[in-house]
Design a protein around this ligand. Structure first.
Ligand code: TRP
Length: 385
């Protein structure tokens, strides 16, 4: 039961900021969808996915962490017509991987399995170098390899997964980025990304690098390929400009499926490496991870008596959210947990311990797979020409 902030929920949601570089305030996802002009995922699309997944839906979809999209219905229509899509996602290697990063990758792997499709994974070691005064290229390149181990530990099919390392841009990649850059004015970039006269010119060019993988499969395969991007919704501004440019270059507009931010262990806010105590890194020992869970923010009351009398507040509880989105797939068990919490029959210590065991196990298994991945394996998957 950690300290509460003084601001009301209304005040915080009024300060909601979501850009590729900053996520703060309490996020009102309905408002965000309106503001960004994306579409909430609908039963129709979910039913179509079920046709391909033999009825099974990934928890992250079923419970709504993935909640919004652009043209996902079109991707499914193309598929029905026999035109397969390619997945594209990425990572800005500015530090070690944490649980919040793994979440969209876990879902992306599920999509790869269900639809039997290729994945292009971009490691933006240039982005993190350009945007962060404290990181050198050698830092971001090291993190890129470290993070790639986590990507592969999630279980992507190595035969169907290709890495783009931005510091290894091929001539074809550079040409695509330049084609994009030529068609985006500085005034658009300023409006979409908030660049100013203080922004370095590398930052201003960078969006065309993140747009490039949307067109690379089409260039490499010599035919137009539909692209689906699973990513957190803060990356959407990139897809907005990419989609504007696509028809000018004769390509399909990339489609996207967006997820919400995975919470950190403190009250409010996404999991962030800048708050290491409330963030579970894949490089933490299972014991450290367990300890962090034991100090998570819960929906518990101030005293035991109050908890028994009033019940807990699962909707405010980080432990409950972790179970909801990631760790308790059994709907009945989750419902029971919620009912018992509301009735004051569950105590926070019990729930934390229970989750800590699950996280301990999860991190342990992830690390076992991660330790088997060598730099050579990653090198082989980097697109080099
Ligand atoms: N900009 C992203 C980050 O900072 C990295 C990234 C590049 C990405 N391409 C992407 C993320 C495609 C999602 C989808 O993490």
């Amino acid at each position: 039961m950690s300290k509460k902030s003084n601001k009301s929920i209304e005040e915080k949601s009024a300060d909601m900021v979501v850009t590729p570089w900053e996520v703060s305030g309490i996020i009102d996802y309905k408002k965000l969808v309106k503001k960004f002009g994306t579409t909430l995922l609908d039963k129709k699309e979910i039913e179509t996915i079920q046709k391909y997944s033999k009825g099974e839906l990934h928890l992250l979809l079923r419970r709504g962490l993935f909640f919004s999209h652009r043209d996902f219905d079109w991707i499914l229509k193309m598929l029905e017509k026999g035109e397969k899509f390619v997945l594209y996602t990425g990572r800005g290697p500015s530090g070690h991987t944490h649980l919040g990063h793994l979440v969209p990758w876990i879902f992306t792997k599920w999509l790869q399995d269900v639809f039997d499709v290729e994945l292009y994974f971009q490691m933006t070691d240039d982005e993190k170098f350009l945007f962060n005064q404290n990181l050198s290229f050698s830092d971001t390149r090291n993190f890129a390899f470290e993070n790639a181990k986590d990507v592969l530990a999630v279980g992507f099919d190595p035969k169907k997964t290709h890495f783009i390392f931005d510091s290894h841009l091929t001539p074809a990649m550079y040409r695509i980025a330049a084609e994009v850059a030529k068609r985006v004015t500085f005034s658009t970039a300023k409006a979409v990304f908030g660049f100013s006269n203080d922004s370095n010119i590398g930052m201003i060019f960078y969006p065309s690098i993140q747009a490039m993988p949307c067109f690379l499969p089409s260039v490499l395969k010599g035919k137009n390929v539909p692209i689906l991007i699973p990513a957190a919704i803060d990356q959407d501004p990139y897809w907005r400009i990419t989609r504007d440019v696509a028809p000018k270059l004769g390509y399909y507009k990339p489609a996207a499926i967006h997820c919400k931010f995975f919470p950190g262990l403190a009250e409010g806010g996404k999991m962030s490496a800048s708050q290491p105590d409330t963030c579970i890194f894949t490089t933490d020992t299972p014991k450290q991870a367990k300890k962090k869970i034991m100090s998570a923010y819960t929906g518990g009351r101030a005293t035991l008596e109050e908890q028994k009398e009033l019940g807990g507040e699962p909707d405010k509880c980080i432990v409950y959210w972790y179970e909801f989105y990631l760790f308790e797939s059994d709907d009945e068990k989750l419902k029971q947990m919620r009912t018992d919490c509301l009735a004051g029959k569950l105590l926070c210590g019990f729930c934390k311990k229970n989750l800590a065991e699950k996280v301990h196990h999860f991190i342990g298994e992830h690390q076992e797979r991660r330790n088997k991945i060598s730099k050579e394996m990653i090198e082989k998957m980097i697109i080099k020409e």
